[in-house]
Design a protein around this ligand. Structure first.
Ligand code: G6P
Length: 619
């Protein structure tokens, strides 16, 4: 996701910020910028594309010489790499964002979920907005609250903001101070000799200092060259120990995790929160207007929805089918893009085709989307990558906001896709009036709660997953089973194991087991059953008993509080209880971790599995 770097000290801030941003490149970005304060003036440089473009822009402002640059003597500044989520990829939307005639500058990560409401209020009070971003409201609020103390203005501003974010602010009138704040998104301080650093991740300043202080949730931090004050949300000082970090750069890039995949599995809380938060900010309905998803009349007129995608994205489509059928009572079709593109689908203006692709560049998905468009359907690109080909080859875009995913096997982008198809289903149900408003409100409330449940699950699921991996990791074949939504989870869990552990798997609707796969079972076969709460759970339990009778051992993903599954299985891995439709979002996570643990026990490189590519731009 986006990267933040702030510096105040005694050396040229421009070089330190640019160097810091380069260390955050692994997080992915599409534009970058920095603001430097010197001699009673703040200068800003922003550029679309990679940091070489920003550097070239800095040089051209300085008269084209490679050595003399913009305001090299400036010893305070803030920089940012942006991964577009609200507003196009453009110089205008790149950070830093300014307010009050450039007196206040901010760089922001994450999302302000109530930005629409704040923007309307600020516009009414005369603020002029220069960007399409959600983050700009922070700059204007700080400017509005500012009299002579930036920290006070930030504290007052925080009170007005909902969401998941971290930001750093700089004020023209206080040329020696940076103020940062965080809610959920990370922020960490680096302490040097008469210089202080503030960044969204450690690699940004590890080359300069390894003495760090973590900013905790809800805190603000006031940075000066020789001092750092941490305060709570009310402004009261907080003590924080300075820690010495011994990480090398590679470990730091992975946030201390041993692999990118493990880091990304743990980032699912944030990816979901960012994907869901502002679109459900009302608490009772879904608003997809940020995503250029068609106007209400068009959505109301949809007669059939088709999901197309490849690999993991196809599995998200299966869950989209379940939700739209159940809630919006529409016909739904799902197909893998490589098949769909060579079919002769019957399509017309009542058809809505959703191409799901985290990269937005998968050749088969793009071809299938083009075919659908040619045949008269309206096409939505559901993607994690703003500006990707899919967003250009579609009528509308529904963006997931999972940030860059480095691990080849999709994890956080999958759960974000599932959250997005659920929101689309709820929006359709709302417009088509196929569910009572109270039921929609209840589902929206549960969806908003999912990031917390994911966090809770991630905190405590490890031991049960390891217990399962311990006895099954050497098995040559795994069978995954489930019913209804559980089939999609079984397919996704089996795909993860294939992809990263190179273990042969099959995934089946468990009612079909008796028609073939049961012949594969013996004492050596681990069977992974998705047995979470659902109207068909008792059927799944019957299937598990059938498996047990053949001597195979079962790992079951269950729902907390259920007592019907555990007695029949070798290892039960419970996930928090929710509406059955949301269980797949949780049930997938232990299966990601199980595949991960098996792969690591087999000594494999999970981030870059053999023969696979993250983005498949060829047929
Ligand atoms: C590749 C990746 C998968 C991904 C699939 C579709 O196979 O390894 O993780 O699910 O492509 O990619 P897309 O970018 O279209 O979602």
């Amino acid at each position: 996701m986006c990267g933040i770097v702030g510096y105040v000290g005694n050396r040229p801030a421009q070089d330190i910020i640019l160097g810091g941003l380069r260390k955050l490149e692994y997080r992915g970005y599409d534009s970058a910028g920095m603001s430097l304060l010197e001699d009673g003036e703040i200068q800003t440089v922003r550029a679309v594309g990679n940091l070489d473009h920003l550097e070239a822009e800095l040089e051209s402002r300085a008269g084209g010489t490679a050595t003399a640059t913009l305001v090299r003597p400036a010893t305070i500044g803030i920089g940012h790499t942006r991964w577009a989520t609200h507003g196009r990829v453009s110089v205008q939307n790149a950070h830093p964002l300014a307010a009050d005639e450039s007196r206040i500058h901010v760089v922001v990560n994450g999302i302000v979920s109530n930005y629409m409401e704040l923007r309307t209020q600020l516009l009414q009070s005369g603020c002029v907005f220069a960007t399409e971003t959600d983050a700009e409201v922070i700059a204007h609020l700080i400017a509005t609250n500012y009299s002579d103390d930036l920290a006070d203005a930030v504290i007052q501003t925080l009170d007005r903001l909902d969401g998941y974010f971290a930001f750093v602010a700089m004020a023209l009138e206080e040329p020696h101070v940076l103020v940062g704040a965080r809610r959920e998104c990370p922020l960490v301080v680096g302490r040097g000799e008469e210089e202080s650093f503030l960044a969204s991740a450690l690699p940004a300043f590890l080359a300069h200092t390894n003495r760090i202080q973590y900013i905790e949730n809800g805190e603000i931090v006031v940075l000066r060259a020789g001092s750092v004050e941490i305060r709570d949300a009310a402004g009261a000082p907080r003590e924080r120990e300075i820690e010495t970090i011994e990480w090398d750069e590679e470990t730091a890039e992975k946030g201390g995790y041993e692999t990118f995949m493990l880091k990304e599995i743990h980032e699912q809380t944030d990816a979901l929160a960012e994907t869901i938060a502002d679109r459900t900010a009302s608490g009772h309905s879904v608003d997809l207007s940020d995503s250029e998803v068609f106007d209400e009349d068009i959505l109301r007129g949809v007669e059939r929805v088709t999901f197309i995608g490849c690999g993991t994205a196809y599995h998200a489509g299966l869950l989209g089918r379940a939700a739209i059928e159940a809630w919006a009572r529409l016909h739904v079709e799902v197909d893998v893009a490589s098949e769909y593109r060579y079919r002769s689908p019957i399509l017309g203006p009542g058809d809505l085709v959703v191409g799901i692709s985290q990269s937005g560049e998968t050749a088969d998905t793009l071809a299938a989307m083009r075919l659908a468009r040619e045949r008269g359907a309206r096409v939505i690109a559901l993607t994690n990558t703003m500006g990707s080909q899919a967003t250009r080859d579609s009528d509308a875009v529904l963006l997931t906001r999972a940030g860059l995913e480095v691990g080849v096997a999709a994890t956080k982008t999958f759960t974000a896709q599932v959250a997005a198809v659920f929101m689309l289903a709820l929006r359709l149900a709302e417009l088509r009036e196929t569910l009572p408003a109270e039921r929609i409100a209840e589902l929206v409330a549960q969806l908003r709660h999912m990031p917390e449940l994911v966090e809770e699950l991630l905190e405590r699921v490890g031991p049960a997953v390891e217990e399962a991996a311990e006895w099954c990791w050497q098995a040559p074949f795994f069978l995954y089973i489930g019913r209804q939504e559980g089939v999609a989870v079984a397919l996704e869990g089996a795909l993860k194991l294939k992809e990263i552990a190179y273990v042969s798997t099959d995934a089946y609707a468990s009612g079909e087991m008796k028609h073939g796969p049961i012949a594969l079972l013996d004492e050596q076969t681990p069977v992974v059953a998705v047995a979470t709460a659902s109207p068909v759970l008792s059927r799944v339990v019957d299937n598990i008993e059938t498996v047990q009778a053949r001597g195979a051992k079962v790992i079951a993903i269950t729902t907390e509080g259920d007592a019907t599954v555990a007695p029949h299985v070798a290892t039960a891995i419970p996930v928090p209880a929710t509406d059955p439709m949301f269980q797949p979002l949780l049930a997938t996570i232990p299966l990601q971790l199980l595949a991960y643990s098996v792969a690591r026990r087999r000594g494999l490189n999970v981030d870059q599995p053999r023969n696979l590519a993250k983005t498949v731009t060829v047929e």
